[in-house]
Design a protein around this ligand. Sequence first.
Ligand SMILES: Nc1ncnc2c1ncn2[C@@H]1O[C@H](COP(=O)(O)OP(=O)(O)OP(=O)(O)O)[C@@H](O)[C@H]1O
Ligand SMILES: [Mg+2]
Length: 394
Amino acid sequence: MADTNQTPRPETAGETRPAVEFRDISIAYGSFVAVRDFSLAIAKGSFVTLLGPSGCGKTTILRSIAGLVDISAGQISIGGKRVDDVPIYKRNIGLVFQSYALFPHKNVFDNVAFGLKYRNVPKPEIARKVAQALEMVRLPGSERKLPSQLSGGQQQRIALARAIVFEPEVLLLDEPLSALDANMREEMRVEIKKIQKATGITAIFVTHDQEEALSMSDQIVVMNAGRMEQIGSPEQVYEAPATGFVADFLGKANMLPGIVSSSDGARTTIALAAGQTVSVAAALPPGRAVTVVVRPQKLSVGAVPSGNRLTGRVVSTSYLGGNAIYEIDIGGGTTIRANTQISGPVAAEGQTVELAFDAAACVLLDEHGQRIPVLPGRQSNAKTSSASTSPRQQ
Ligand SMILES: Nc1ncnc2c1ncn2[C@@H]1O[C@H](COP(=O)(O)OP(=O)(O)OP(=O)(O)O)[C@@H](O)[C@H]1O
Ligand SMILES: [Mg+2]
């Protein structure tokens, strides 16, 4: 089991071992520990995103898979084989970086063919595989062009072709879209996903862009200061953030501090610092300090049928067509954001409005910023992925 076979080989059909597995790894740069006690098992063929703010250790983790940084503790396996002592050039990994890192004086063909030549693939096969890869990234016939004759998006497609042409076991993508303009970025998101699905390759993607992460991933690993904060599907991490950090990092979240005022064992009333109350399906002791987290999209403004209600004064309105974003002062110095569909006239600044939201749309955090479980059936739980070890829970 603990062998360090130097040649990770393609898996045979039906294997269930993870494509990549980290067990309790730590990575230090000198005395600075950039990644701490990180464990994760990545299922073969999945698209996993490491998401987190600048400096949280995303690139460091990615580089450790490629062997570009050494781990100081723990172990990494690729395709079930430990690679701690396997040098970079013997790991069968495709890499795409933010900077396209193409060889500027080599044409597209030679750039894409690089990994194949390196692996002594016969010439006719190289030509066939390069053509295939260029087809896949939708730049067929560009073999003779130089990188300088291509746009940023096209260069990134070539970098992608170069990374997948030798059918690596794992594809690592480090913020590959961040150098592109907004339109190209969206197009490339779709493109990368399509290619990943078509090839069935295991992809590990790094970004600090939550939209990118939500739209592309099977699983999102939210990182904070060198540690895993939560792992889950996009829906899990968005709808049921395990911590205040995750709630805040994944889009806007209204965080409303309060104190439990009463509970009948099934429903709990929370007195918000803003002076109003919220009712949730949970059993919590009176006096307990909690934070109610509710997404702007879960708030309706105006006449609404059921659920929790808050009253506030509109501070600002941004009309966006079918919906509007309101900043609403609910008292006690608390302003909350609502992103709501418009069913009647748009509320004007200064207007007093009623806000409503379903109790099931709330997440409760304790005084340490950890999610408090609500009663079963009332809210989807951010379950630990079966393909992972436990992130911080509750
Ligand atoms: N070669 C290095 N020497 C010393 N410290 C480093 C080195 N590389 C990274 N670090 C530090 O390790 C931490 C993690 O860096 P890393 O590049 O993994 O972050 P990141 O999450 O990829 O950030 P970004 O979103 O800015 O790319 C940072 O605090 C960084 O300053
Ligand atoms: Mg980085």
